[in-house]
Design a protein around this ligand. Structure first.
Ligand code: KG4
Ligand code: ZN
Length: 347
């Protein structure tokens, strides 16, 4: 059973082929980083136009790398939301074209769920219950995958909390820009923070102890910028590594505290982490330690499966097909698709 997955919700044009729900046959990502770097962030209109140009060649490469042809594919999965409207439309239109042309079932995938379900490509079947933290340039969400209801329905995803302002990756990118580091900023901060002292600056940990599973990062961002300006005004030279390490530690502290709390509050011992920020070395290490201390375990796939990719969409689509949930050619691109929504109907 081969499912082809298409991902265009943000700035990566990505196509992957997954076999039998768990095996990656190919995972091709055409990154647009160079196109957006001059702007210091993703420009939606630029992303949509680039998807249009990259779509066809990326599909072709994914098929070649998977060692198959379109006629070998059993279903086409596509991210239907959430994401940038224009960007999503390109992927959804391409998937519909393939489904119609090759007479294949169409599977409408929720991007956030796909991030979580990517872990099955490395760790096998994800048995509920589990808690997942999705941290990327576009999202900071804490979700729970609950056991199927008494009637034996499909395991359900429920959002526990999310950022009320900036996503974690967005904060990394903005502070990196302020520190004169490159774009995207997350990997730069990760790298330079290794030479810094995480206790050099006592930055705020917003909402750390409010009891909710929500996140807020704009206050932290403002505090860092204010501190830099104060040092500058006083004629002191700031140690960029110290600022990066202290800022990163503040983010990591909150992500770890909230994720572990979500797991223990719900009596769940497995935590899945995904999204570009899950590549952060300090976050991976601290989260792993904290889960172990709490008597649980952390599942975090390789970085290629954490950042936006087509294989995760194919895996999520394969799960839908497995559950008999198929979309039709009316499938909308929904920029605000809620996590709980399944796109399609059991047939
Ligand atoms: O998942 P992703 O590739 O795309 C979105 O859906 O946004 O995530 C990209 C984000 C960027 O903000 C980038 O700075 C951040 O992930 N990122 C990191 C690291 N690698 C990527 N943040 C912190 N540490 C890293 N090592
Ligand atoms: Zn994403």
């Amino acid at each position: 059973m081969l499912v082809l997955g298409i991902e265009t919700s943000c700035d990566e044009t990505a196509v992957g082929v997954v076999e039998d729900r768990f095996r990656v046959r190919s995972n091709v990502v055409a990154s647009q980083v160079d196109l957006h770097a001059p702007f210091g962030g993703v420009v939606p209109e630029v992303a949509a136009r680039a998807h249009l140009e990259l779509m066809q060649p990326t599909i072709e490469r994914a098929l070649v790398e998977a060692g198959c042809r379109l006629t070998d594919i059993d279903a086409v999965a596509v991210t239907a939301g959430p994401g940038l409207a224009g960007a999503l439309l390109v992927g959804v239109a391409a998937a519909k074209g393939l489904a119609l042309g090759a007479d294949l079932p169409l599977l409408g995938v929720n991007h956030l769920r796909a991030h979580v379900e990517a872990a099955q490509l490395e760790f096998g079947e994800l048995s509920p219950p589990l808690v997942a933290l999705v941290v990327s340039g576009g999202h900071t969400s804490l979700v729970v995958l609950e056991e199927p209801d008494a009637e034996g329905g499909r395991a359900g995803f429920r959002q526990l909390g999310a950022t009320i302002d900036d996503a974690a990756g967005e904060a990394f990118d903005k502070i990196a820009r302020f520190l004169g580091l490159g774009y995207p900023g997350g990997p730069e901060i990760d790298r330079i923070a290794r030479q810094g002292d995480p206790r050099a600056f006592d930055f705020p940990r917003p909402l750390a102890r409010d009891g909710s599973y929500n996140f807020s990062l704009s206050g932290l961002k403002t505090a860092v910028i204010r501190e830099l300006r104060r040092e500058e005004a006083a004629g002191r030279e700031v140690d960029v590594a110290d600022v990066a390490a202290s800022f990163q530690e503040a983010i990591v502290d909150v992500q770890v505290a909230k994720s572990v709390k979500a797991a223990t509050d719900h009596g769940i011992d497995t935590l899945v982490m995904a999204g570009g920020v899950a590549a952060n070395s300090r976050l991976r290490a601290r989260m792993g330690e904290a889960m172990e201390e709490a008597g649980g375990r952390l599942l975090v796939p390789h970085v290629q499966l954490c950042t936006d990719n087509g294989a995760m969409v194919a895996a999520a689509g394969a799960n839908l097909l497995h559950a008999g949930i198929v979309a039709d050619l009316d499938l909308p691109a929904d920029p605000n698709l809620p996590l709980a929504d399944v796109v399609g109907a059991a047939g």
